[in-house]
Ligand binder design. Structure first.
Ligand code: GCU
Length: 718
């Protein structure tokens, strides 16, 4: 279409097409065009949303434009309870007489405070749709669910849905610094704009809250786990309170990371010893101050005695002492403390993967009832693939919650497609065998295995102030996937990918299927070209490109050579009885399965074993050949993905299609970089040729080593 014609078209129709810059996420609400849409269109005419609270107003503000847009007709809204055929009624038994008349008490009790019912009903002879909940927040979640149905499911005059979230606390952790930067953030600066608050409130904060609430996310930790004590000063608490005011109607509660030494840094106390009464009193007073400003403040997330952060051990106390002291301060308000298990010390000869378990397990049962131990999915650090953290299923008297990383610190930042639902599915489905077969991580953390009452999940956010929120358009799918799994940890990765694609990119079935396939394959491809067969931590310093040869670091356990242990006799980290025996932290029969070379899954092989280069794999190939092949497979996928994405031109708007195509060029380049680095470097030990079906690198190891942090040639480095 020529530009003039396009301009004319908009002028005639009077409608400006919104820029396809990704800002609208999965909340696009453009008119649906297929036959199914026609059926939805005829079933909804008006919405009745009685009640005038901020949350009810938020529901109205969402539903009316959304349904008008999606259904391509004007949807009238009314706050009185007059019903007609095609009315959508939203509310609680106390806001809506129509809902009260349905006698839903038992059904509503079953879905709890945050759940909802969506039903096709006949009220006074009228065919209506009802979104009912016990609370306004439940009604909001129901409204978003209904919009998702309209966008992704066949219309039905026979709706009978009941939903409730599996976890009580569904949080995003923002590693945002007060200067606006984001630790491991790849999508611009902090959304919070601390320097403008509380005077200026960016309207974008409301859109953040909408997006989070649309998935059922109900909490945001505002500041970096590597915390600045300043975030607890009155000045910054007022800023946090301004954010909380925007989030409140959407049910997103704010949490903060307190720096453990804050009593010293803010008010000059002599110590931050958690057992010192003056210190405990300081935290109580500080907590009072916070709750005065933010009455629904959620509580604290703490990184203590880890990677240089202060903590109770700084004062000769234990993790339980520290956690329980803070827990007492927030307990009076119903707040919680999420105490991170990401703890490891540079003890010579120790195995980082085993340290958190060793440090924390002795404290099982010693944490206060409002403390939850926040444990990363894997025992090292958000690698493309790790086994599940052995703390899951090993501390039956302690409340534990998973922490997953949405931001792609180790999976290509915002340059690569790496759909993480598959990784999280693998993690949640892992069987810990803690109480025999079927003791999956999901059952440990959702309270079914040990009956823990405070259930929670955290995801390290991938959001920033880039116009498209996540840097890469397809990385939005990871925010979405996290939220969907936090609500329902049983959802399949395919289901989530399908929903997201339909809501965000296209309703064209064939194209949806193709995009879903790409998404589902993507994480495995990254594993293959970055760290296959259980390898981990092979990255260079900005955690982007490869650096298997190691680089100057302060500690051995931050260096790739510590992890891969490549040598002339083979490669891999021996975590069996002949090595660090970290495998003993897993329950039987998993322990033996991992410990025995012949039963250890290929994907975990080099995580648990040091294996000779000539070892015969299940495939019949030698380890060296298999390693080469995996790298090549990852690279091949990126080439293939480019072609498949290119074929979607014309289906997806040009703006987003081009942006993703450009990122795929980078991803393919990076995949080759990882392959060349890994294979050329490991070849110096294996001394084996590359197998025939693997592309021969066209550059030398020295040339690869000379590339800069982002894979560009530079004059001299390393
Ligand atoms: C990783 C990451 C750090 C982060 C840490 C944590 O090591 O690189 O930036 O602070 O995890 O989770 O605390």
């Amino acid at each position: 279409m020529s530009i003039c014609f396009a301009v004319l078209l908009f002028a005639v129709s009077g409608v400006r097409a919104p820029a396809e810059d990704g800002y609208r996420l999965w909340m696009r609400y453009d008119t649906l065009a297929d036959a199914n849409a026609q059926a939805w269109r005829s079933s909804i005419n008006t919405v009745v949303i009685p009640g005038d609270s901020p949350t009810m107003r938020a529901i109205l503000a969402e539903l009316v434009p959304a349904l008008s847009g999606l259904l391509g007709k004007s949807i009238a809204a009314s706050a009185n309870n007059t019903l007609a055929d095609g009315t959508l009624v939203v509310g609680t038994p106390s806001t809506s007489s129509a809902i009260a008349s349905l006698q839903l008490r038992d059904a509503l009790a079953k879905v709890g405070d945050e759940g909802f019912l969506i039903r096709s009903e006949k009220i006074d002879g009228r065919s209506v749709t009802v979104i009912a909940a016990s609370t306004e927040l439940g009604a909001l979640y129901g409204a978003f669910h209904f919009l998702r149905l309209v966008q992704t499911q066949p219309a039905s005059g026979n709706l009978n849905i009941s939903e409730k979230p599996r976890f009580l606390f569904r949080l995003l952790n923002h590693w945002d610094n007060l200067d606006g930067s984001i630790e491991r953030g790849y999508a611009g600066q902090s959304l919070w704009k601390w320097n403008e608050l509380p005077g200026t409130i960016d309207p974008r904060l409301t859109d953040y809250a909408r997006a989070s609430a649309s998935l059922g996310i109900n909490g945001a930790v505002l500041n970096n786990v590597n915390a600045d004590a300043k975030s607890l000063t009155p000045e910054y608490l007022r800023k946090a309170a301004a954010i909380a005011d925007v989030f409140r109607p959407y049910g997103v509660r704010v949490y903060l990371v307190p720096r453990f030494s804050a009593p010293i840094e803010i008010d000059g106390l002599e110590t931050a010893d958690p057992l010192d009464p003056k210190v405990a009193a300081w935290w109580k007073a500080k907590t009072d101050e916070i709750y005065k400003l933010i009455p629904d403040f959620g509580g604290y997330l703490v990184k203590a005695n880890s990677e240089g952060q202060p903590g109770p051990m700084t004062y000769g106390r234990t993790h339980a002492d520290g956690a329980n002291m803070l827990a007492a301060a927030v307990a009076r308000y119903g707040g919680i403390v999420m105490w991170r298990a990401f703890i490891y010390d540079p003890v010579p000869g120790s195995d980082r993967a085993a340290e958190a378990y060793n440090t924390l397990k002795p404290f099982d049962g010693k944490f206060a009832p409002n403390v939850i131990l926040q444990v990363k999915n894997g025992p090292v650090d958000f690698m493309p693939r790790e086994p599940f953290h052995p703390i899951f299923g090993s501390m039956p008297h302690t409340q534990v919650m998973p922490e997953v990383q949405i931001t792609q610190e180790y999976l290509g930042h915002s340059n690569s497609i790496a759909f993480l639902a598959t990784m999280w599915r693998e993690f949640l489905d892992s069987d810990t065998y803690a109480k025999g077969p079927g003791s999956t991580v999901t059952r440990v953390v959702d309270g079914r295995l040990y009956g823990q009452t405070l259930t929670a999940i955290a995801g390290v956010a991938n959001t920033g102030d880039d116009r498209n929120w996540t840097g890469h358009h397809l990385a939005q799918a990871n925010w979405f996937a996290y939220g969907r799994l936090a609500w329902n940890p049983d959802m399949s990765a395919r289901e989530i990918a399908d929903e997201w694609t339909e809501m965000t990119l296209t309703h064209d079935r064939k194209s949806v299927d193709e995009i879903v396939r790409l998404l589902l394959e993507s994480r495995e491809a990254v594993v293959n070209y970055e760290m296959p067969l259980g390898l981990a931590h092979l990255m260079d310093n900005p955690h982007y490109g490869p650096g298997p040869w190691g680089y100057p670091v302060a500690r051995p356990d931050w260096s790739p050579v510590y992890y891969h242990r490549a040598a002339n006799d083979g490669i891999g980290f021996d975590r069996t009885a002949t090595g660090t025996n970290a495998v003993a932290q897993y329950h039987e029969p998993l322990r033996s399965r991992y410990a025995d070379l012949s039963t250890c899954p290929d994907d975990m092989l080099l995580w648990f074993h040091h294996v000779p280069w000539t070892y015969k794999m299940r495939s019949g190939r030698t380890l060296w050949d298999e390693l080469c092949l995996r790298y090549q497979r990852g690279v091949d996928w990126t080439g293939d993905a480019r072609k498949r994405w290119d074929a979607l031109a014309g289906i997806i708007d040009a703006e987003r299609h081009t942006a993703v195509a450009r990122k795929l060029v980078i991803q393919q380049r990076d995949a080759k970089w990882w392959r060349d680095a890994g294979l050329l470097y490991f070849q110096t030990f294996s001394k084996q040729p590359f197998p025939a079906d693997v592309d021969q690198p066209t550059r030398t190891l020295d040339e690869v080593k000379a590339l800069d942090d982002y894979g560009h040639p530079q004059k001299a480095k390393k």
